[in-house]
Design a binder for this molecule. Sequence first.
Ligand code: SF4
Length: 445
Amino acid sequence: MHTERNHDRYFSSELLDWYDVNKRDLPWRRSRDPYHIWVSEIMLQQTRVDTVIPYFHRFIERFPTIEALADAPEDDVLKCWEGLGYYSRARNLQSAARQITEQYGGVMPSGKEEVAGLKGVGPYTAGAIRSIAFNIPAAAVDGNVMRVLSRYFLIEDDIMKIKTRTRMEELVLTLVPEGRASDFTQALMELGALICTPKSPKCLVCPVMEHCAGRLEGKEESLPVKTKAKPPRPEHRLAAIVEGTGVHEGKILIRKRPASGLLAGMWELPHIEVTSGASAVSTKGATEQSGLSAVSTKGGTVASDTASVHSKAVAERSEVTTVPSETVMVPSNVAVPSEKAAVIRLTDGLLAEGVPVRPIGHYMDAEHTFSHIQWKMSVYRCVWQEEPESLSGLQAAESAAAYEAGETNDFRWIDAGDMERYAFPNVFIRILSSYFSKMDGAGSR
Ligand code: SF4
């Protein structure tokens, strides 16, 4: 590792000279407003700059101040974030805005403890906010920065290890030139984004190539050392496009996810998880062991034999005519239930949630990858069963009342125009957009 003082000074001064001339004109660089810096840094986590720019403009226009963000309904914040993914970032941003409003009078603090204490602000973001917005020497070390430092200083430690990150944070603090913490942090990020890229670094035009130890050793392509993360666990899911009838003709049913957990508070098509290998179906708050006991529901218990009898009858009555699949991505490495089994499982699973439906055909397959899981989704067109034979009198009455009301706590009937009012994860935007555009094109609604 080359940490000679002259090489350190060379690195910092060449980097800043290059940045002064080559920095990109990004909207959050047009001011030192800590709120803008904070929002941009949260949006840029796991997301490319080009993608973030229009979201940043919309977000700042809709929530121009920390107080405006704190006061907004959560649904509005999620809608503004729709399509950007990692929605806990948006919810944490709003929680932190409320913290700042309550504890700091709506003014972003600059102290290390105070900034690090904000919801959703980790060591990297705290360092970025403090250095970029307040020009305080603070380390903002993310994957990009660790890549640059690993290469320039020939650091061959695993960057997935916490002690490597700590070491790099200490190193950065020794490199920050007096009075230029803000520019230095951004210059380091800029070099990683534009020149010292993950693949094929552009060493020949790099401002620090002369003393880059990684390049001099021919190791620029093999650094940084990084252990592979575990691949996301695949989950097969069956989703329903439930088409309304009567007063809900032309609409489909959506439901709101719980207030905590994955994609909390967002809207989606009703769907169930199918774990084929274990012969189990799990639904929101319910699991069914295949061939065993009972299906737990929100409102009580439905004997599994009743549900199964119902769905077998449905499967037999439903002529499952497969609509030509419009495949976004085809599920591949998960055991997928047969068409008939899928219909039975979907019918049973949704009935257990008080959503009586009759599948009428496979519509499409879709896939969505989170950091730790990968949804592989088979989507079926379904019709609402106005009088499902196997529902108890109470369930039927509850379902009918909810249906007549058009909405319950968790469900809504929507048409294409309503898409603007609800925040959906990307996978459901793709499915719904496909469905509504096809319906519109067919002129059937
Ligand atoms: S010379 Fe190459 S490897 Fe070294 S910092 Fe520059 S781009 Fe990265």
